[in-house]
Design a binder for this molecule. Structure first.
Ligand SMILES: Nc1nc2c(ncn2[C@@H]2O[C@H](COP(=O)(O)OP(=O)(O)O)[C@@H](O)[C@H]2O)c(=O)[nH]1
Ligand SMILES: [Mg+2]
Length: 488
């Protein structure tokens, strides 16, 4: 792994020599900074898919403004920093300027000083936050139903044809599968390291609590639907998996206030058979008779923070004394929102592979610079060097092979294909995950399982009845297993 990073750094040094003294050298400095920095994860999807809400849940703070507002039309980066600072990057390529901002209910409202949202390419927020230390999060405006200008901007951002991809990985939020969702995903992927590549994308079935119209089994239904989506051939080609998340519940769980807890407590103490009819719809809940606890306005406020499902769930948890303090309620809401599951997925699929994903982005960026400037001396040697790493580096071969299997291009028995995917790390890159062992498996167990899998795949690769594609995939698997055995 680190030899890959070393190779990439050496290409970068060569590139610095080739572009030395030219204005493009700046771009290389950015590539270098990016290689050293946290993984960049973009949150994409249609307007109102719940992107900003989920971003806040991941950060654990209400930073990104939700719903509409001028600033939600601009791509916004949230990164860890020593100070609280907001920079505006003008569309015309001019120098970024520092902006004033205030917080509205936590959300950072940036003062554009009378300028238009289209005047800016991006907003860069630096914010001291431990969650952002390992991962820079990029909130995107979302495609569809807003003005065309904004939609185009989101496409440009995600489409690597326009520039090197600004993100190393992407979380794609969707409420339902629409044809246009699939096109957007395809636009994000590139053909350089591989064919359309599911390795750096995970889909989130967002606003999962709304699936069962507020019923308490909503999340169970959402899990079933997510599993079904995850088996859909078109989606498998594009994302690693589909995770259901109720972002609003997660965000509120992370930022629960004492007032909210007390208000829910009051509602939970009210006779439940009298309250029940008002919990059937949002309108009824807000317009409930005056003798129910809280004012209409307060109930509406709760609804905005919890959603109908969240209110019902909280009342059930408090009523049955499952939760007795705001800390307990908060923990329970987060667990039931699916946020913890998403975080596990992010850490096994993205963070554990951060070096490979960053190396990939860096090579793509240098390659892009080279193809833009074929006239510069030494560019063709650089391109050949990049090509060599792309084709030869084992971590990239793993990614390419995994993508090929998931795309249905490799023919073979379902069990074999599943075995290939797992060994290549589709369920996590740690040795125990690849070998399907328990977490904490000993070196001996890992070694034994690796040797067993190795001889299995050697036999398959030599079997004349194995399809040529599967033999090729099998060779990559064999190389992975040899690595596990020698490093163990
Ligand atoms: N019920 C429910 N509402 C949500 C959820 N996530 C977001 N919303 C609401 O959907 C609206 C749009 O959310 P936002 O995060 O701004 O979506 P974005 O346009 O994709 O960034 C807001 O009113 C949110 O409160 C969710 O998980 N459940
Ligand atoms: Mg938003």
């Amino acid at each position: 792994m680190s030899s890959l990073i070393a190779d990439v750094r050496s290409v970068l040094t060569d590139a610095e020599r080739v572009f030395g003294g030219l204005p493009e050298a700046d771009r290389l400095a950015q590539v270098k900074e990016r290689l050293d920095g946290p993984l960049r994860v973009a949150i994409a999807g249609k307007v109102k898919a719940g992107k900003s809400t989920l971003l806040n849940a991941l950060v654990g703070e209400r930073l990104a403004p939700t719903d509409t507002g001028e600033c939600t039309k601009i791509v916004t980066w949230y990164r860890d920093g020593h100070t609280y600072q907001v920079m505006l990057h003008p569309t015309d390529g001019g120098a970024p300027t520092q902006a004033r901002f205030h917080r509205d209910d936590g959300a950072i409202e940036v003062d554009l000083a009378g300028a238009d949202a289209t005047d800016f390419d991006r907003i860069d927020v630096s914010w001291p936050s431990s969650s952002l230390r390992t991962m820079t999060l990029i909130d995107t405006p979302g495609v569809g139903s807003l003005s065309d200008g904004v939609a185009n901007k989101a496409f440009e951002f995600l489409d690597p044809e326009e520039d090197e991809t600004p993100a190393d990985a992407v979380l794609y939020l969707m409420k339902h599968i629409h044809a246009s969702d699939l096109n957007l995903l395809e636009a994000f992927h590139d053909n350089t390291v591989s064919q359309p590549n599911p390795v750096n994308a995970v889909a989130v079935l967002s606003r999962a609590d709304e699936i069962g119209a507020g019923r308490l089994d909503s999340m169970a239904s959402a899990h079933k639907i997510a599993t079904r989506y995850g088996e859909d051939g078109r989606l498998r080609r594009l994302v690693q998996m589909v995770v259901p998340v109720a972002g609003l519940l997660a965000e509120t769980g992370e930022t629960l206030t004492e007032w909210e807890f007390k208000s829910l407590r009051q509602l939970a103490d009210f006779p439940s058979d009298e309250l029940e009819p008002y919990l059937l719809s949002a309108d009824r809940f807000v317009e409930a008779r005056p003798e129910t606890p809280l004012t209409s306005l307060e109930r509406e406020q709760l609804l905005g923070r919890f959603g109908l499902f969240g209110v019902r769930l909280s009342l059930a948890l408090l009523g049955r004394n499952v939760c007795e303090s705001s800390a307990e309620l908060s923990e329970e809401l987060i667990a039931r929102s699916g946020l913890n599951d998403l975080q596990t997925v992010l850490s096994t699929l993205f963070m554990d592979r951060a070096e490979v994903l960053k190396a990939r982005s860096a090579l793509l960026a240098i390659e892009h610079l080279c193809t833009e400037h074929p006239e510069v001396d030494g560019v063709s040697t650089l391109l050949a060097g990049i090509e060599q790493i792309m084709a030869g580096a084992h971590p990239f071969n793993e990614l390419t092979t995994m993508a090929a299997v998931r795309s249905g291009w490799v023919k073979g028995r379902a069990a074999d294909l599943k075995d290939v995917e797992q060994l290549l790390g589709s369920g996590g890159a740690a040795p125990w995950q690849r070998l399907g062992l328990e977490e904490g498996a000993s070196q001996d167990e890992i070694r034994t399982a690796s040797i067993e899998a190795l001889s299995r795949w050697q036999r398959k690769a030599e079997n004349p009845l194995t399809s040529l594609d599967l033999v090729t995939a099998g060779r990559v698997v064999i190389r992975t297993l040899e690595g596990l055995i020698t490093s163990g």
